[in-house]
Structures are given as C-alpha cells and as structure tokens.
Write a protein that binds this ligand. Structure first.
Ligand code: NAP
Length: 343
C-alpha cells in the first residue's frame, strides 16, 4: 500500500468539489493539514466558527466532504446524520477508530485513511521504545543528569538478548516492527484474527497463549470495540515477571488499571507506552512508576511522515472533487464505482 498516495503539490483553481462545496475540517489538529488542503480546495474550519453547532445546523446539508484530523473530533452515526449529503471523510492517520466506518459504509459514505506512508516511522519508534524499556535508557539518562553517576554506576538491566516478541496485530506496521526486531536477533511470533499463509512466524489464535510463549508483547492491532481491553489482567499474568509490554497501537487495547497494578506488583517487568486511552491525559498511576516508559503518541510524528499523511488526505479529497475513485478507502467503505451523488 506504500506509495498509493502520491506527493503532488500542484495549486488548483480552488473551485472545490461537486457544486463548489467546501471541505469541512471539524477540529484544529495539526495546522498543516487544513493549510495543505486549502491550496487545492475551499476549506471550512469549523472550530473557527463563532458557534460550530449552529453552523452545522444551518449548513450541514451542504457538506459533502470532511477532513478528519483525529480522535479529538469523533465522527459517529449521529454526527453523520447531521450531514445528509456527506460523500467522503478523509482521515489523517491509518487508525480510524474515532470514526464509525461501518455506519459510514451503510450510508454510502467513503472513509479514507493513510495506510503505508507511516509504517517505517512507527516501527522505528516501536523498536526504540522496546529497547528504551528493556534497557531502562530514559532512567539511565535521568540518573546521569541527576548527578548519581559520580557515586555509583547505573544498575544492570534486563536484556533484549534471547527474547521472543509476540506481535498482536501483524499488519503493515506489525510487519515493519518484525523486520526490525529480527535484525536485532529477536524471535517473532504473532496473533490476530487469522493465520497468515505467507509469513514465517508461529501463529497463536489466542493473545493469552501468545503472551505465555513470548516475553515482549508488542501491541499493533487497530483500536475499536473488537479490540477494547484485549490486553487484560489475564494476558499480563501470562506474559509473566520477565515480560515487557509495548503499546504503539491505541490505549483502548490495554486495560490500563490492570497494567498499572501489574507493573506495581511485579506481575510483568516493564512497559513502554506511546498511546493512552484518554489522551493527552495519562493516568497518575503510570507517572508514579519507574518501570514504565511513557511517550506522548509520537509514533508517526516526524515532519516527513506527517507531510506524507497530509498529502494522502489531500490526494483522496482531490480525487473526490474530480469524481475519481478514492485512493485509500477503508475496508468498511469499499469503492463501488461512483460517489453517492452518482458522479
Ligand atoms: P493493519 O495493516 O490493518 O494491521 C492491523 C493488524 O491487526 C492486522 O494484522 C490484523 O490481522 C490485526 N487485527 C485486526 N483486528 C484484530 C482483532 N480484533 N484482534 C487481533 N488482531 C486484529 O494496520 P496498521 O497500518 O499496521 O496499523 C495498526 C494500528 O497502529 C492502527 O490501527 C493505529 O491504531 C496504530 N497506529 C499508531 C500510531 C502511533 O503513532 N502510535 C501510528 C500509526 C498507527 P487480522 O485481520 O488477521 O486480525
């Protein structure tokens, strides 16, 4: 899927899509996205309206395209009902658990996302977070800065050597992580809803059974109701006292209170987390612990990759505005040969 969204920075006429309609951007998110879209299509920044709710009530029927900047502005069925002529939701990110894509599909709305363009960036962070967590590198750096090194060397740590990584969700990003972990000499196993015929790794249908067979549990499956708290107290117990949990997927996949307890009581060794259930709020329980490494959801957050993601959103919107097929629709909203308006 990598490379499906092309970098094309032509300036357009600014006429917009069907009937000259604007692309509605509900929430600020990264400034870059609305700016980039505005180079080619008219944009309505909903958050800048004096009364966004009143604007929606008055103009909802005119909206045919939405650019979603992420989870801050959830797009559920009730919200979509307010936009009865909506044709496309172009989402900035590969995960779209903040959008009810199934309802969108039923209503004939295409949801697009940004698969492929961020895999390597997120996998780099996943691997870095794994090593930071196992070798306690952030703690070691704090130790030096706090002046303790002059008194004694930093304590020895656990090791990556001889470990097995169990990847929950061996998709685009999961596979990019697997390639990196293999280069580090780490054995790979995986779990998902189905066995993949073309991968050389051992498959487990049960996340708990996989957790018992590995000592690094890498969470890389999508968020949403199906995977909510899939990593629960039982999975953490199975991972065991030498086990390390790394989550670069979504906070909702992990039972956070159970994880805090498991880290506190030595049920597992350590955790590395890039994502949290109620971002940007991070549970105080994590902040109080020394055996967890916490990152502020930075998996894809480089200039280069975020630009590629924004370009992918724009490419999908331009395709819509020209009556062409979307480039990267989600599986729940497959392209059926025409836009809802029949173009
Ligand atoms: P993907 O290619 O669709 O891969 C998802 C994998 O999860 C698939 O292998 C799928 O396998 C598995 N899966 C799906 N539903 C499952 C379930 N109910 N139980 C167990 N496994 C399941 O997606 P991707 O592009 O790799 O992205 C994965 C996720 O990473 C995104 O959804 C997003 O939430 C997260 N992400 C995080 C960051 C960050 O900055 N931290 C950045 C980008 C993405 P089966 O179909 O066989 O189950």
């Amino acid at each position: 899927m990598a490379g499906v969204c092309h970098v094309r920075r032509r300036r357009g006429s600014g006429k917009g899509g069907p009937m000259g309609s604007e692309v509605l951007v509900p929430a600020a998110g990264m400034g870059l996205l609305a700016e980039l879209i505005a180079e080619r299509l008219p944009v309505r920044r909903l958050w800048l309206e004096e009364d966004p709710e009143a604007w929606l009530a008055e103009h909802g029927a005119e909206v045919r395209a939405v650019a979603s900047t992420g989870p801050k502005a959830a797009i559920d069925e009730a919200w979509m009902r307010r936009l009865p002529n909506l044709e496309i939701v172009a989402s900035y990110g590969v995960g779209y658990d903040h959008i009810d894509a199934r309802s969108a599909g039923e209503r004939g709305i295409i949801v697009t996302h940004t698969p492929g363009v961020l895999d390597d960036e997120v996998a780099d962070v996943a691997m870095a977070l794994t090593i930071m967590t196992v070798r306690r590198l952030p703690q070691a750096e704090r130790y030096l800065r706090d002046g303790h090194w002059v008194n004694a060397p930093f304590p020895l740590t656990a090791s990556l050597r001889g470990r097995t990584m169990g990847i929950l969700g061996l998709g685009r990003i999961g596979k990019a992580i697997a390639r990196r972990a293999e280069a580090f000499g780490v054995e790979i196993v995986y779990s998902g809803r189905r066995r993949q015929a073309d991968v050389p790794y051992r498959y487990f249908s049960s996340p708990t059974e996989m957790a018992a067979a590995c000592d690094i549990l890498m969470v890389a499956a999508p968020g949403g109701p199906e995977t909510r708290r899939i990593v629960d107290a039982g999975v953490l117990r199975a991972l065991g006292p030498d086990g390390v949990l790394v989550n670069i997927a979504r906070g909702s996949l992990v039972d956070e209170p159970a994880l805090i307890e498991a880290l506190r009581d030595g049920v597992i060794l350590a955790a590395g987390l890039d994502v949290f259930e109620h971002e940007p709020a991070v549970p105080a329980g994590f902040l109080a612990l020394d055996n967890v490494v916490l990152l502020p959801h930075v998996g894809s957050a480089s200039h280069k990759t975020r630009s590629a993601m924004a370009q992918c959103v724009l490419d999908n919107l331009v395709a819509w505005s020209e009556g062409r097929s979307p480039l990267t629709p989600t599986p729940e909203t497959p392209w059926r040969g025409a836009w809802r308006s029949g173009r």
